[in-house]
Design a protein around this ligand. Structure first.
Ligand SMILES: C[S@@+](CC[C@H](N)C(=O)[O-])C[C@H]1O[C@@H](n2cnc3c(N)ncnc32)[C@H](O)[C@@H]1O
Length: 221
């Protein structure tokens, strides 16, 4: 998979794309990350990429030319082009699963008050990572990248499997315990020490349901 980011702040990605599983996916040759500073496509003397809104009002608006020209240069066919936007469809695990099968994904990261509306003609999806407003689309694109890349086959090992993760099964995941058996008076549930795999599975399923009922009853509806 190739993931392209149209951003004004490529330096924000350094730590995230060069750490942990995202780095491992790149090192294994499964994913390639391509950072494009669309300020390089500005046609103004001072590399401006924003301008005042027609009709007046607060804030600046991203101009269409730098984004259109950066997209022309990319030359990707059949890419999913995602506009990060608080007004977009809410991001979720199902969307991450769907995107994890793509060959090319382009993230367009906004900044300022908003985008020139014509930029929307370039995109296949508009996505929000939650009902709050960020300064820019960079953190949203990194969040989405992390959720998508870990689902690509061979990025994470069988032991780290994501199949039981919260949302993958439609439920929140069951609780986990590791050594020691007892810590500060808190004991590991006996069933997990029993070696009885059927009972352990049942306990996990019950805990998973209980947790979902308590924390996210909407998932059970
Ligand atoms: C300050 S926000 C603009 C918000 C815009 N004025 C509005 O009310 O919809 C600047 C940029 O941050 C990104 N952004 C902010 N919140 C986001 C969210 N919840 N999900 C995805 N992207 C977001 C978008 O790329 C947006 O263009």
């Amino acid at each position: 998979m190739n993931i392209h980011y149209l951003t004004l702040f490529p330096e924000m990605y350094d730590g995230v794309l060069n750490s942990s599983i995202l780095k491992r996916a790149k090192d294994k040759g499964i994913v390639d990350y391509n950072l494009i500073n669309f300020r390089d496509y500005s046609n103004s003397k001072h590399n401006k990429v924003d301008d005042y809104p027609y009709g007046g009002g607060a804030g600046m608006v991203l101009k269409p030319e730098p984004v259109f020209e950066a997209m022309d240069d990319l030359e990707v066919d059949n890419a999913r082009v995602i506009l990060l936007c608080p007004q977009g469809a809410p991001f979720n695990q199902k969307m991450a699963e769907d995107l994890s099968t793509e060959e090319d994904i382009v993230f367009i990261c906004g900044h300022y008050e908003g985008y020139d509306e014509r930029i929307r003609t370039l995109v296949t999806d508009e996505v929000s990572i939650g009902d709050y407003v960020l300064t820019g689309g960079e953190l949203a694109s990194m969040t989405m990248t992390d959720a998508i890349v870990r689902l690509i086959p061979d990025v994470i090992s069988k032991q780290e499997s994501h199949e039981q993760d919260s949302f993958s099964t439609g439920l929140l995941e069951h609780p986990h315990y590791t050594r020691p058996r007892e810590y500060r008076g808190m004991k590991v549930p006996e069933v997990l020490l029993s070696g009885d795999h059927k009972k352990i599975e049942e306990w996990r399923r019950d805990e998973s349901l209980k947790r979902t009922r308590e924390r996210r009853p909407d998932l059970l509806e």
